[in-house]
Design a protein around this ligand. Structure first.
Ligand code: ADP
Length: 554
């Protein structure tokens, strides 16, 4: 039986979005996506490209990036490991300290990469030892590519330093903020939705992770007193016990922690501003990463706060743990994942799908634009789209589509069906999704751009150079139908400032936006951050300092 045009569209449009998980992805990712009505990719049932989100614990192959389709998202950028490996991070931050001054970059403890920096480390160590009246530092030695507290050693005397792989030896923060005598650190979730232009969100909720035995510099080998990793503390004898001032387990939410700080008159806003600065400055140290489209990265920043309320960056985690050890994990991580999906703005795709249906019913159907499924990577989104259109306009294959656009719905549907038959590998869903991400046909875009008064709109759509003026460029203009519209609001063509508990922290003002539009002008951005930092009220800082002693003695 012949299918009617509207049936065809509605059926496809109602099809749920599809996620694809690589092995060992935490169960909660699947749960959340199923909760949202997504379906899981099934190799046997679906076309290779018929998915919308691919989640892996390890980096994608470059071929995955190169063959990405406009309707797809990957959960990693290529080379994100540049900041998540401890030695790379140390190197980048050291370089930034050299280039922009240690005042701004003094948030990371002094670090040496062993064995390469052994001589430098010994020089620093000896200098400290010789200086009269100065208490010798404590040091922490961490294997560069291990996580979860594995292989960590804390020492004061160099004769206790042993290692058999590349390690980072970092100054140990020996005056941490303590609550009821327990050390803590913060697991801050950071989502980069684009490195080009740089767009950073931090998650307002998060996890405070406690050590489960009281902090004591006299017992450096007690991991339960010095390390705050849950993976370690959950095996400690005190983990399940009720701990005065902390409770059972080893976690608090940020909300609880911030209310706690406020009770003691601590300016938590100021503290969070400083933490956000750390996030921006750290990501600036590795930006730009190689240009890749349709990716996002969830980082876990580990922040330790000292007893002067200075936040320190300990490390940046790739694939922050999404396992559920306790109910607090469940609350925070489930909402986090929901908010990530919101941040990726698949809703916009849904709205677009609905518009497609509405358009079809009203006889204003948009036309598939090159349904041969072009790759969406290799170039920045804007460039890619321009090239794609330039190619499409010259290709004879697009002519039938353009003609059909001017014709009746029946013709368009016939064309769509023909394409479907002509390319049996592609499912209807993938074609539909592809269409949803296609740039508008020139006349349509021209008219709409004119309505919206987008600069550069209204030019002849027939020349590729002019097309680039109205098609998405690498900036915040005219993002409505770019292949990566998910972090931008339609209204003001700026990154959305808040999505769920995600708060936009970069770009933080117009100057920062301008400096990151076309490549990254790190110098100008640093200048802006310096201005921000100098605006932070010294009187407030003083107030915080005075109260710290009280808080830590609780
Ligand atoms: P891993 O990747 O193995 O978790 P981290 O760098 O996160 O390594 O360190 C593990 C834990 O050790 C941290 O959560 C923190 O409690 C403690 N730690 C790490 N570095 C320092 C430091 N420089 N000063 C104080 N404590 C630290």
């Amino acid at each position: 039986m012949e299918m009617k045009a509207d049936d065809y569209d509605t059926r496809d449009i109602l099809r749920p979005l599809v996620f694809r998980l690589h092995e060992n992805v935490p169960a909660i990712v699947r749960e959340v996506l199923l909760e949202r009505g997504w379906t899981e990719f099934d190799k046997k049932e679906q076309d290779d490209a018929d998915w919308n989100l691919y989640w892996r614990n390890s980096p994608f192959r470059m071929t995955d990036h190169h063959s990405i389709k406009p309707w797809q998202r990957l959960n990693h950028y290529p080379e994100a490991v540049r900041i998540t490996r401890k030695d790379y991070l140390a190197r980048h931050l050291k370089r930034m300290k050299g280039a922009y001054g240690s005042a701004l970059y003094e948030f990371s403890p002094v670090a040496f990469i062993m064995p390469n920096d052994y001589v430098k480390f010994i020089a620093e160590y000896s200098k400290e030892r010789k200086s009269v009246g100065r208490r010798p530092s404590y040091w922490i030695c961490k294997p560069v590519d291990l996580s979860r507290g594995r292989g960590i050693l804390i020492f004061q005397d160099v004769k206790d330093l042993v290692y058999d792989c590349t390690v980072v030896v970092q100054k140990y923060i020996s005056n941490p903020l303590l609550i009821s005598g327990y050390k803590l650190d913060l697991r801050l979730y950071v989502c980069v939705t684009s490195f080009y232009p740089l767009t950073i969100y931090t998650y307002e909720e998060g996890l405070v992770r406690f050590a489960t035995e009281k902090f004591d510099l006299g017992s450096l080998d007690n991991v339960y007193a010095h390390l705050t990793n849950t993976s370690i503390n959950k095996y400690g004898a005190s983990y399940k016990k009720y701990k005065d001032g902390i409770g059972c387990g080893c976690k608090w939410t940020f909300s609880k922690f911030r209310s706690y700080l406020r009770i003691f008159g601590v300016d938590d806003m100021l503290l969070w501003q400083k933490i956000n600065n750390i996030v921006i400055l750290t990501l600036l140290a590795v930006a730009p990463l190689p240009v890749a489209s349709n990716c996002f990265e969830l980082f876990g920043f580990d922040i330790l706060i000292d007893d002067k309320f200075k936040p320190w960056l300990l490390e940046v985690n790739y694939n922050p743990a999404l396992c559920l050890d306790c109910s607090i994990d469940d609350t925070v991580k489930r909402k986090l994942l929901h908010d990530i999906v919101e941040l990726l703005n698949y809703k916009q795709i849904d709205t677009f799908r609905q518009n497609q249906v509405a358009g079809t019913k009203a006889g204003r159907r948009r036309v598939p634009w090159g349904t041969d499924g072009e790759s969406a990577t290799k170039e920045a989104p804007g460039l890619l789209t321009c090239q794609k259109v330039a190619k499409c306009t010259s290709a004879s294959s697009v002519q039938p589509a353009l003609q059909a656009a001017r014709g009746s719905i029946r013709k368009v549907v016939a064309l769509t069906k023909k394409t479907t038959r002509a390319c049996p590998i592609k499912t209807r869903t993938s074609q539909l999704r592809e269409r949803m991400n296609m740039p508008k046909i020139p006349s349509q875009a021209k008219a709409e751009a004119k309505n919206k008064q987008i600069p550069g709109a209204g030019h002849s759509p027939h020349k590729s150079a002019q097309l680039s003026r109205w098609l998405p460029a690498r900036d915040f203009c005219n993002y409505e139908l770019t292949i990566r519209p998910y972090f931008l609001s339609d209204k003001d063509q700026r990154p959305i400032s808040r999505v769920g508990d995600f708060v936009l922290i970069f770009p933080f003002n117009e100057a920062a936006l301008q400096a990151s539009r076309d490549g990254i002008d790190v110098k100008s951005i640093i200048k802006e951050i310096n201005k921000l930092v100098s605006k932070q009220l010294p009187s407030k800082q003083q107030k915080t300092k005075k109260r710290v002693g009280y808080l830590t003695s609780v």
